[in-house]
Design a binder for this molecule. Structure first.
Ligand SMILES: [Zn+2]
Length: 127
């Protein structure tokens, strides 16, 4: 839990627990067990919702790739290196803003598009 306001008005993070008399008490965050669920660095898989996205050498891939989820997002798409910000927007929100300068593999022409996750694939969205 986050955002409790202390007596001095300072916000602090804490977990709720029970003391020896079974009264609810606030446990300071430092004494509660760390959990990976609240790790801000972890990005849940937008496709299976069960795995987390792991950063590989050339793509983000779902941690459940050995099971049933083949979702991956290459760092380079459409002839362009995506920034970490763009990759995280795509993974966290399911889409990016418009990205300029993709190159069509068919025609060699440059084009601008947003990217979104659609049925487990990364697809361009044209405004
Ligand atoms: Zn997945």
């Amino acid at each position: 839990m986050k955002g409790f306001a202390g007596p001095d008005g300072q916000k602090f993070d804490a977990a709720l627990g029970l003391d020896a008399q079974h009264q609810p008490v606030l446990l300071p965050a430092a004494e509660s067990k760390p959990t990976t669920a609240t790790d801000p660095g972890q990005i849940p898989c937008p496709v299976c919702k069960l795995g987390t996205m792991l950063r590989g050498s050339s793509a983000y891939g779902c941690s459940r790739f050995r099971e049933d989820c083949q979702f991956r997002v290459p760092f380079a798409w459409g002839g362009k290196e995506l920034t970490d910000t763009q990759l995280k927007q795509l993974l966290r929100r399911g889409e990016t803003g418009v990205i300029k300068g993709f190159v069509s593999a068919k025609t060699g022409k440059k084009y601008d598009a947003a990217l979104k996750v659609d049925e487990g694939r990364v697809v361009p969205v044209f405004g």
